[in-house]
Design a protein around this ligand. Structure first.
Ligand SMILES: O=C(O)CCC(=O)C(=O)O
Length: 311
């Protein structure tokens, strides 16, 4: 496995240079661009909240998994308790990173994502995918992935496929077994082509680091071979000067409501919930209006979705 592109403040290119660097490389690991103690303290808040729910053994020390089913975590409660998670992405340190990446102020999309990946759980690990397969409609945003604890090879972080952003959006299909934790039990999309052909790169990650990825960069979760729960958070952020699509302005409860609405519309038109989730990917990607009529129009115009193909 190769190593990620890594920049520290000491070898940062000029302001315009980082934007160019990202366009060229498709990703960059910004080493220690956030104050490590503020990120560690978010990690501790997360661990406390997960310990209260019985998912990790103790609120302090390494976050050892108790054996509890990941789908039993009450995520609505979790996110409502964790205000520091949101604050992190609005901190001065993060804002200065958005300015470097976008040459503009950054606008984080409303939905927060916290990952609490339990050991040896291939069934929920993100398979190789581009975030553009399920996010849009504009392409000027980036994914910011932040480790909330030290993540070595054993805990496993993210791996990216080098240069995979250079040939545009790739066809995706539903993965046979992988399911999302964030959107409960929703099928995960994966690239159609064989991921063995990519040049995979990864690194060890520490609190304070940020992995920034282009929307078309293929990436995947690395297996967690430790006894610890891997804690990280990620957020999609766009430049402030471009319009935010309706879907990207929704918080967690809003997302759940839209998922229910889409599955009701699909059911009304004779489709099952798996089909509805494929429609939901298209809703996200196209940035359509979030109304039953707009969704119904989309369903009837998407014969390929019925065959499980995402263009
Ligand atoms: O953190 C993970 O396990 C997966 C993250 C990911 O795939 C993403 O942020 O798009």
């Amino acid at each position: 496995m190769e190593t990620l592109e890594i920049l520290s403040r000491a070898n940062l290119p000029s302001r315009a240079g980082l934007k160019e660097f990202l366009a060229d490389k498709g990703h960059v690991l910004l080493r220690q661009f956030l104050p490590p103690d503020s990120v560690e303290s978010v990690g501790q808040d997360v661990q406390h909240a997960l310990a209260q729910q019985g998912y990790v053994v103790t609120p302090d020390g390494p976050p050892t998994w108790t054996g509890m089913d990941v789908n039993k975590v009450d995520d609505v409660r979790l996110y409502s308790e964790l205000t520091s998670l949101d604050s992190l992405f609005y901190s001065d340190a993060f804002r200065s990173v958005y300015r470097l990446v976008f040459e503009d102020e950054g606008m984080p999309w409303a939905r927060q994502v916290l990952r609490y990946a339990r050991p040896r759980d291939d069934g929920h690990a993100a398979p190789p995918h581009q975030d553009s397969a399920q996010n849009g409609p504009n392409m000027d945003w980036c994914t910011f992935w932040v480790p909330l604890m030290p993540i070595d090879e054993n805990v496993g972080g993210l791996a990216v496929a080098r240069d995979s952003h250079l040939s545009g959006e790739r066809p995706h299909r539903p993965h046979e077994t992988a399911r999302s934790v964030e959107t409960r039990n929703r099928v995960s999309l994966t690239v159609e082509e064989d991921p063995a052909g990519y040049r995979w790169a990864t690194a060890e990650f520490s609190p304070g680091d940020i992995l920034v990825m282009h929307p078309n960069t293929v990436h995947r979760a690395q297996p967690n071979q430790s006894d610890l729960v891997r804690l990280s958070t990620d957020r999609r952020v766009q430049p402030r000067s471009t319009p935010v699509a309706p879907w990207n302005a929704l918080d967690r409860q809003g997302l759940k409501n839209v998922r229910t609405m889409v599955s009701e519309v699909a059911a009304h038109l004779g489709h099952d919930s798996e089909f509805a989730d494929m429609v939901l990917f298209e809703v996200q990607k196209r940035g359509i209006e979030l109304t039953p009529d707009a969704v119904a129009d989309l369903v009837t115009s998407l014969p390929h979705v019925a065959q499980g193909i995402v263009p």
